[in-house]
Design a protein around this ligand. Structure first.
Ligand SMILES: Cc1cc2nc3c(=O)[nH]c(=O)nc-3n(C[C@H](O)[C@H](O)[C@H](O)COP(=O)(O)O)c2cc1C
Length: 183
């Protein structure tokens, strides 16, 4: 690029920044984002039986731009992590495999894709828990709204199981090709 071209580009970028600051590049740690518009994590409840579905390929790739940042909908770390029906998980091999085509589609368009992994604690009910058990939590105090069942406070010796679920989910997300974002 010669000097004149460089000057021209700088002027173009300055004009763009003045007009549309959201569309200017941003360095986020190791990532050079092409612009500052980010796809926030948005629970969709379309992952039947907690398995991401092929239609997620279209949903996420439509929202991808080259160098743009996307965060997945909150994704469960275990079968006790669910607070809403049909939210995706990342604790089984089937779920990991089911995420891959969506991850590949986002990467094919140059997107930067983070997986949001979560455990909802007591924001749950008997119907979403394995064998209809009480949601697990740090407390046995129920939340006020009737849709949430009274939780069971974890024993201290059970806490490592939840930590381990996050560890495995994080590894699974990396195996599926994603970066990580915790909730
Ligand atoms: C339908 C819906 C689903 C959402 N799902 C998630 C989610 O899965 N994880 C999360 O951290 N936030 C979730 N949020 C919060 C959004 O990410 C949040 O609304 C967005 O970042 C914009 O922030 P604001 O609502 O404070 O303006 C959700 C919001 C809505 C409206």
């Amino acid at each position: 690029m010669d000097h004149q071209e460089q000057q021209h580009n700088t002027t173009d970028n300055d004009t763009l920044a003045a007009k549309h600051p959201l569309l200017t590049p941003y360095k986020m740690g190791n990532f050079n984002l092409s612009q500052r518009v980010v796809l926030a994590p948005l629970t969709r409840q379309r992952s039947f039986n907690n398995v991401p579905q092929p239609h997620a390929i279209l949903y996420y790739s439509q929202r991808t731009s080259k160098g743009g940042l996307l965060i997945t909908e909150a994704t469960g770390v275990s079968d006790t992590a669910r607070g809403y029906p049909n939210t995706p998980g990342i604790w089984t091999e089937e779920q990991v495999e089911a995420w891959k085509p969506t991850v590949d589609a986002v990467h094919a368009k140059g997107g930067i894709f983070f997986c949001q992994i979560w455990h909802v604690g007591r924001v749950s009910n008997y119907g979403l828990e394995p064998n209809g058990q009480a949601p697990i939590s740090s407390t046995d105090k129920p939340l006020a709204p009737a849709e949430f069942s009274p939780p069971r406070r974890l024993r201290t010796d059970e806490i490592p199981q939840v930590v381990n679920a996050f560890r495995i989910a994080a590894r699974n997300a990396i195996e599926a090709g994603m970066l990580l974002f915790f909730k």
